[in-house]
Design a binder for this molecule. Sequence first.
Ligand code: PGA
Length: 251
Amino acid sequence: MRKNIVAGNWKMNKTVAETEQLVADLKSKLQDVDNGARVIIAPSFVSLTTAVTAVKGSEIEVAAQNMHQEANGAYTGEVSAEMLKSAGVNTVIIGHSERREYFKESDELLASKVDAVLANGMEVIFCFGETLKDRKLDNQLLEVGSQIKKSLFHLPAEAWKNIVLAYEPVWAIGTGETATPEQAQEMHKFVRRIVSKKYTDELADDISILYGGSVKPNNAKEIFSKPDVDGGLIGGASLKADDFLAIVNGF
Ligand code: PGA
């Protein structure tokens, strides 16, 4: 079943102590929210175990922002699926545009990361999106279609129950510029269509597709109201408990 989700991508922000504090704030503020949405936070690697302990007693879930595709070995500075699992993490964000851009993660590499997450029985939040250049050339559907095909279309149908998609137009991330609700809806509908063509209508209909890119308390409701938008992946606004709470209340 498709679920509404709000996921906070904390990026390279918050110390361990600050993580504890923010989770405590979120926990008390989210207590009274009961709209059925999943609430996920993705702190940095070093704060994951602290976050996992701190969310106990609440419905908040903890995700990682990235992961290495190999099971173990000589990969200095990297973290494996098994390590994340042992820390109590069940969801991993893969393919964020900052990983693609700054760390040169290719569609092929992302496919192997997706495989590694799924092979460990965990869930993927898979990010995709076009650059400003693509959008100006009206190439966004082609570009997004290609990213999804190259990193996800090798998966068997049953693997999709552990996939959440996140449309993140690069030009809207951290820029204060948001895709209009219509632009988000157009892309989400397109993605659902290509997934249904490759697999089935039922499978496509069951996938949660999040929108990410300058979602704020003042625009969340309008974006989430679109039929193919099932929530958001939130960067900047996830770092303040009140803003994040207001976004969760956008359903
Ligand atoms: P932003 O980031 O909300 O700060 O634009 C979104 C994201 O990168 O997930």
